[in-house]
Design a protein around this ligand. Sequence first.
Ligand code: FPP
Length: 230
Amino acid sequence: MADNISKIPTHVGIIMDGNGRWAQKRLMPRSSGHSAGMKRMIALAQKAKDLGVKYLTVYALSTENLSRPQEELDKLYSLIRTYFIKNVDKLIKQGAAVKVIGDLSLLPKDVTEVIQNGVNKSPKDAEFTFIMALAYGGRSEIVNAASRAVAEGLELTEQNLSSRLYTAGVPDPDFIIRTGGELRLSNFLMWQAAYAELYFTDTLFPDFTNGKFEKALLDFSSRKRRFGKV
Ligand code: FPP
């Protein structure tokens, strides 16, 4: 199928929804859904890199998710400490970079350190960058960027604002995929998504195979992007 994808997006975003329901359907704890989701996330990063996508941003934890039961959050944090680090190291060894966007001060200190360690090891001139949105909220990102521009005495222009977002220097996403059946963006890349093509699927994230990812990319390559022009 990859051969039929005529246009590979530079930057893909994925809202990875449906881990909990995937587990519940199997009478397993929600945390099993997150483990399965983590494995899928790493496999998709590898696939995106192999297909020539330059940036993949995954919505791993929103600021709203931080109010989930502590037990569920602890499981997500332990997944980062173990599975995530090992696999991110693998990506970095292949020349990929890892970046994190969000308010890391809201996460446990040791988790932040582990992530920061991966980020620091990343090459500067990578051909593929894997971006994790963690403790991320799009609106507060915009408010913070605007406050910084104002504090610097700058005029509020699109350029001055976008260069103060977490994603400064990263091109806007061309394509955003949401799994799990909901038809919304849930505060993901609110500024950056202005002209993104959107793709929604009922597939629960752990079932979003590489083949389904390629099918989504095939859909993207058939779209005509006009950016408001005729
Ligand atoms: C939404 O599914 C998913 C999340 C809140 C977390 C996404 C996390 C992963 C894919 C695993 C990797 C995790 C980290 C932190 C690196 P949901 O639990 O809301 O599912 P539901 O809508 O079926 O309840």
